[in-house]
Design a binder for this molecule. Sequence first.
Ligand code: GLA
Length: 740
Amino acid sequence: MGISYNEQSRTFKLDTCASTYMIGIADDENFVGHIYFGPYIDDDNISYLMRTKEPPFVPSVNGRDRLAFYDSFPSEYPTHGLGDYRDDALAIRTGKGNTALKLSFVSYDIIPGKKPIQGLPATFGSPDECCTLELTCRDEILGIDVILSYTVFENVDAIARSVKVINNAGDPIELTRVMSMCLDMDNEDYDLITLHGSWARERHINRRPLSKGIQGVSSLKGESGHQEHPFMAVLDHNADQDRGEVFGFSFVYSGNFLAECYVNQFDSVRVMMGINPEDFTWRLEPGDEFETPEVIMVHSSEGIGNMTRSFHDLFRNHLIRSPYKDLKRPILINNWEATYFEFDTDKLIAIVDEASKLGIEMLVMDDGWFGHRDSDNSSLGDWYVYEDKLKGGLKHLVDEVNKRGMKFGIWFEPEMISPDSDLYRAHPDWAIAIEGRTPGQAREQYVLDLTRPEVVDYTYDQVSKILKSANIEYVKWDMNRPLADMGSAKLPPKKMGEMFHRYMLGVYELQERLITDFPNLLLENCSGGGGRFDPGMLYYSPQIWCSDDTDAIERLSIQEGTSIVYPLSAMGAHVSDCPNHTVGRVTPFKTRGYVALAGTFGYELDVTKIPEEDRNMIPDQVKMYHTYNDLVRMGDYFRLASFSENREYDCYMVVSKDKSEALLTFVQVLNRPNQHSRKIRLKGLDPKRRYELTYVDPEDEKNNTLSGETYSGDILMKAGILIQNPWGDFQGRLISIKAV
Ligand code: GLA
């Protein structure tokens, strides 16, 4: 396992517990080629896969067809302008206006552990957990060095890749495209999975066959976005949850991205991921360097589910840093869907009085507590307390909440500025805008120019002043509009193309400062629901609000798509009131609880106003959360059935790492007359151990045809269980599975 170099064959072999990745150095000109990514192999004698001994041959054999070589060679990091006509990973513009460059291997280094990436979120690991290969490549003519970096997480079956470009020349250059990774592979009848959606409908899974030409997903919104997602999986046409080969790619970044597959004339696939080159340039003065965000690559020979579990383990253990990552989060009640902007201290205290009796542990005061904010048309940037609403001030409110035994959390939207705000009146040039052009508003707001250090400093001071003013233990960091009108009053014209990325660096710096100065703060990211649910954000916050859509049925597809990459511990999920505020659907309170249990769990309703019958169920839901959250947060996730696919029911389970315990969630969406009980094959259990199955709700236990006996894991996984067809639509069932 780990990383080795074979001097004779000039090949690098990177091994995780189950996969191998191989790179080769080819021909006299030291081209860096891709050889293999797949199941673990013992031998490294496969450099023939680079096809250097076949036509069109390497340049030393066939100098007259150099372009044909470039255009077919499986390159680790293809560059622009020399004859590789597939999309390239790196393109520049020199002072003379030229765009071509050629990289040749120069040297390598194998380093225990992993270096951080300056100013950017990135996975981490100790020398016991990972090691890194750095390949230094050079364009001799331009004097540009490129370091390709590969970190192998041996036990998690994942490889992290990033790139550093160093300008060693005497003149400045401009980077116009710097992808974080490229993977050239043969097409073996692959499908492509990507995640798509909209506001309140985020991350629905889309699967389709790969076809000729370019396909993929991207964002130019300055955030990863609701619509497309920085994740892609290339998989066997026949791959399913448990079988087949799957390659997953996830971009640890929260801004503009591009993830694409290009199927070329020879049916080979070029997979690339990185910062979206549109609206991107980066000027490198002599001696300067640029580091890309990283891409995580996961290979699975055992279907989508296995890829999912590798991502979950990697993110839980090597990306999320918060002390909360291994802790149960307090059950919160958020007042957004309860009151929207219409609240005051008394109303919040009334909610807390009731909530604390029911076992809820934290109040989160959402939007509307600052400036003179009574609707979404003002005050962003004015982070001081709206005294008319919070009589007696913020500290008074927080103390009252604490007195009632609950913690207190607060909402901010620090990246924004309302045209109607004292901040905008004082500093109109702090809003992102193009000189001479009125910027477009979205939700009646502008975006702060976080490329400017003084704006970052000011914003941080405002937020931290509030946090220091009372015992605030949680922050919901929102971001409610995409970026546009990219212009900065401070950036010189030659750096304007850096604005999108510099904005992200500003956001990351703000959040880094926040979690450094307030190390025990529980931070939750959010963007109009799930518009910035990405691995970049997880580096700063252990959880992200999944979607503004809290309807339990809509959440099935949202949470299924989200959980294909992200651990359940990261998915913000709340029980809300009905009819649901987004879709008007009425679902049983019990089902709402079961669905929210697959996330961080909390409430988003006015507990003083909901039907008594629902309120009475809360103490049991609280108990359920405390009983099962350790398992949900830390266990292995298995998808058993998908409502998005079958349009009838959804089913998934979480199994503890030691396989002693599991929890199965079943939701029948629409009832069907004369329907047999459903047969469900369980997954992830120990075939040799015996398990007992109990319905968590004693009412359902009456219909448990399996109770009173134990069954081997083998039977449960091969023969399956029967779940009685519930009466009614939107019915949930929760089954606890325990080894005896
Ligand atoms: C966004 C969030 C919501 C809520 C509102 C407040 O839409 O996703 O949860 O905080 O903003 O304006």
